[in-house]
Write a protein that binds this ligand. Sequence first.
Ligand code: NOJ
Length: 640
Amino acid sequence: MSPGHQIIGAIQLLLLLLCSLLLPTPSMTSLLKTETDDFIDWWQHAVFYQIYPRSFKDSNGDGIGDLQGIISKLPYLAETGITATWLSPIFQSPMVDFGYDISDFKSIQSEYGSMSDFEELVHTAARLGIKIILDFVPNHSSNQHEWFKKSAARAAGFEDYYVWADGQLDELGVRQPPNNWQSVFYGSAWEWNEQRKQYYLHQFTKEQPDLNFRNPVVVQAMDEVLLFWLNKGVAGFRIDAVNHLFENETLPDEPLSGQSTDPLSYDYTKHIYTKDLPEVLSMVQHWRKLLDDYTAQHPEDSTRIMMTEAYAGLTELMNYYEDSSGIMGSHLPFNFHFITDVNRESDARDFVYNVEKWLIYMPRGHAANWVIGNHDNPRVASRFGSASVDAMNMLLMTLPGVAVTYNGEELGMEDYRDISWKETVDPPARNAGELKFKMVSRDPVRTPFQWSNATNAGFSEAAKTWLPVHPNYLEMNLEAQQQAAKSHYRVYRSLIELRKLPILRRGKFSIEPLSRAVFAFKRTLKDYDTIIVVINVSGKEQLVNLTDFIDRPQQLIVEVAGVDSSYEPGAFIFLANNRSVSQQLRLSASAGIVLTEKQWGMSPQRRALVRQLIKSFNVVLVALLMYNLWRHKWTKVNFN
Ligand code: NOJ
């Protein structure tokens, strides 16, 4: 070998040494890994999309949504960026409360499809990366359930499946219910059963008798229901009305609340003996253990989770996460505070307080969650006004933790308030009567999904749908919003996209009211451009001075702006230190904006690119070296 070749060989060896130094060390690799997986479990940052199956998509033209309809729309969910969905009940039911009155916990309602449709749904969803969460309704069954029929007949083993009690005689000797407990849906919570000659308890409609969770056989039977669906491949459960599970066994009258003068109204009494009893927590913990054990026994799939529905006090909700002795309960006790604790009268301080209180009280190591709509409450556009739709979705998607979207909220669908008494089907609305039904009806929020401007908004080919379609569907529909250059749906999609950034997954959070009209919050993470969200909750345009909120006068870039915004995504906003009006952010009424605060120096994205380039460079060098060694035959390299 010539001296020239020897020199080349030596240089190559040197390069190889250098390369090995430059190649990522184990700690660098784990740093890169952290950036992609975040060590966050799938559910801790998911967007859970609630589907109300009856109103989502009808595949067979009977005017009622069904499982094949949902299957046909799974690609839409995947394309939108949804990775988990929870379905309101799809089980066999006489449909008095539209599926929340279940007559067989282990079979599918025939108008929704078959068990094989359900299996297809789970498999197709899994293929598209979407997890299915089912609604588990433990507090009650339908009065058409075999268990209830047997219990009413005092069949052996079923006597105590439900909550039965004798009545009492009044001064006139007339039989009366055991006490003054009221149903959530109006009227006494007790119904006389002629066959058994006793009253049974129903916290909801009289067709929804309360199961008796003090009976271990019932607990066991409901555990089997959970296992049955887990074996079908579901990723977990949303647990219905969980805080109603237990009542005081001695059946005392509840004290008057002073909030209503109507003794038949649920608000007439304080529910100290029928709601939030300590036994509820033990049951939630029992189900958590069942889910954790199942996950441990079936590690091929990810964590099976529980989301609990309880309109309860903050302390109770926090105990669901984890009690004072550290026993785990619900993965996600639903946070309804954006539904119950703020409205269009609320100012920026109310919103800030609302967010802070959850985060302050939440035990460490848990995931926050934010629910802005569901099938029981007016839609965002109807609660806060349609101008607030984008701002509320911005809030939902950029706060730390889990986001829960009710189907249609990605379009800003509105309640259809003009459903007539004749068309009204919701049980509490029917109970309220023709004069008052509009005050409580949940039908307006359950109208069919507005897919397009075709017949019945593309929901169904039927002559009549189970609830009327909102007449605004001609303009307000998904197809129109997909085609438009700017739309609520487009904003929603960009927010889901943005949400994938590590900074929104695990960045630190701080929030402040900037005035009564406007609040802002920041997400910060080392090496990442800070994200700033500014929301105007007032009905007037606001000029916002951000220079007090951000540390240095910065260059801000618009990430996401609402449909009515004058700012375009990608635009730079220059905020100088002096407070001249032209350097303030202009936010129209009820609008929000998501900005990134550019860091000086190399951006994290660019840093990652450089790292990638070095890696690729190394690979090329090693390949070159190997090639040369092969050409000049390694054995012939002589350094002497
Ligand atoms: C809560 C559900 O969300 C609601 O729709 C239902 O009517 C009641 N629980 C009773 O199951």
